[in-house]
Ligand binder design. Structure first.
Ligand code: OGA
Ligand code: MN
Length: 256
């Protein structure tokens, strides 16, 4: 966490680029969204392109609501995020925190037979899974085709430390080789395990905080606030990982 930063959009992106190549926001795929920020940013604010609060019925609002579910960024992309850098320009007086769960600690705390069961399992991640969890399914075929489900391992090794970590998200749906309902039940059980109090840090934002996290071994979620009353202006730069998580574990997957 870097407090009291005064960053232009360019400075924020330049700093993020030190850690690797940046993602382009998936908002570029959306027909409804005119971008408020440069295309490298994920605009996580509750503002429209005129810097006004979004409206209750806006599609953007529905889309972002899934940030309240535990997830890791861009696991629905074949090449997911390695790190995220979120910067706060405006913060509501009540709520709107971000919670983080340490999936390495959560992995360590699993019973040995569960660790064995998870070894080399692969889940399919899709942005439409996390949206469907909140009953948001109104997407065109074109939108769906642009972001097909991608494989990610359930347990990964962090190369720099050799430590194992769960790799979970509300984007995860089917587990490969398992009936769908069983896979989903297992994912929900693991997310519940990984987000117990002892694994979670809550960041209570102040304006000009820059918070950086490792998407490979943490999950996060935003907490509730009165989004039709207060502006919460936060923007995220996202660094891509080196390879798909299955590829990093030496598990063969179909070519993209
Ligand atoms: C994100 C995100 C949650 C929040 O920026 O990736 O999920 O609290 N943010 O804004
Ligand atoms: Mn996120």
């Amino acid at each position: 966490m870097f407090p009291d930063q005064r960053l232009s959009q360019d400075q924020h992106l330049d700093f993020a680029r030190h850690f690797g190549p940046l993602e382009t926001s998936i908002a570029v795929y959306r027909k409804d969204a005119r971008l408020r920020l440069r295309k490298e940013f994920a605009d996580v604010s509750n503002l429209d392109h005129d810097n006004e609060l979004w409206r209750k019925e806006s599609r953007l609002r529905l889309f972002q609501l899934s940030n309240r579910l535990w997830h890791t960024d861009s696991s629905f992309k074949r090449l997911p995020a390695r790190a995220s850098l979120l910067y706060a320009r405006a913060i509501p007086p009540v709520g709107g925190h971000t919670e983080f769960a340490d999936e390495r600690a959560a992995y360590d705390a699993l019973p040995e037979d569960m660790k064995r069961r998870l070894d080399r399992l692969v889940a399919e991640h899709s942005i439409f899974n996390s949206r469907a969890r909140l009953a948001f399914t109104n997407f065109s075929d074109e939108e769906r085709q642009q972001m097909p489900p991608v494989p990610q391992v359930l347990v990964r090794t962090i190369p720099e430390t050799g430590r194992k970590s769960l790799y979970l998200a509300s984007h995860a749906g089917r587990i490969v080789g398992m009936p769908e309902h069983e896979g989903r039940a297992l994912i929900d059980e693991l997310i519940a395990h990984a987000t117990q109090r002892q694994f979670v840090y809550t960041h209570r934002w102040r304006v000009n905080d820059l918070v950086m996290w490792d998407d490979r071994c943490t999950m996060h979620r935003g907490t509730d606030f009165d989004d039709l009353r207060w502006k919460r202006d936060v923007q995220r730069a996202t660094v891509s990982d080196a390879a798909n998580s299955c590829e990093q574990e030496g598990i063969e997957i179909a070519a993209a």
